[in-house]
Ligand binder design. Structure first.
Ligand code: AMP
Ligand code: ZN
Length: 150
């Protein structure tokens, strides 16, 4: 699906701060992070809903998500906890209709900050280049802590 932004990222037609890829999935930094380190894991083939994926792909996404979370812990990006979440369908707040697992680092007591950033994060279009550099650095930090055999 060419017009799908995540398919465009898979096809390298749109820039992304890529953490990891294999035959089945791609991992990259969320461009509007709710928290520093906010990462997305997507299947390489287009599906809008989780149930549309092959079992093998779905299992792999969560295996990789778990490895990303562990890498974030090892890199000191995730300390107190994390949300692993899929918004499955428009009614469930899914904005990009290509399956994605969010890995969102959380800190004790950060709820108000997270809620505020969730509501305002897309307003900030300034400093795009600086922002990309920051996301690339974060992607590299996570990549360095991923095992070679996910
Ligand atoms: P959802 O609301 O669950 O569909 O999440 C979609 C996520 O994709 C949001 O957190 C967006 O910030 C993120 N996003 C949208 N466009 C891009 C992009 N070009 N590169 C990286 N992340 C993106
Ligand atoms: Zn897609």
């Amino acid at each position: 699906m060419a017009q799908c932004i995540f398919c465009q990222i898979v096809n390298k037609e749109m820039p992304a701060s890529i953490v990891y890829e294999d035959d089945l999935c791609l991992v990259f930094m969320d461009i509007f992070p709710i928290k520093l380190g906010h990462t997305l894991i997507i299947p390489k083939t287009h599906s809008a809903f989780l149930h549309e994926l092959d079992d093998k792909v779905r299992q792999h996404l969560f295996k990789v998500a778990n490895a990303v979370l562990q890498a974030q812990r090892d890199a000191g990006i995730t300390r107190d906890g994390a949300n692993l979440l899929v918004n499955d369908g428009k009614a469930a707040n899914q904005h990009v209709p290509h399956v994605h697992v969010h890995v969102l680092p959380r800190d004790q007591g950060d709820l108000v900050k997270v809620a505020w950033t969730f509501l305002t994060r897309m307003l900030n279009f300034f400093g795009k280049d600086k922002k990309r550099a920051k996301l690339d650095k974060m992607a590299s930090d996570i990549r360095q802590h991923l095992p070679s055999d996910i």
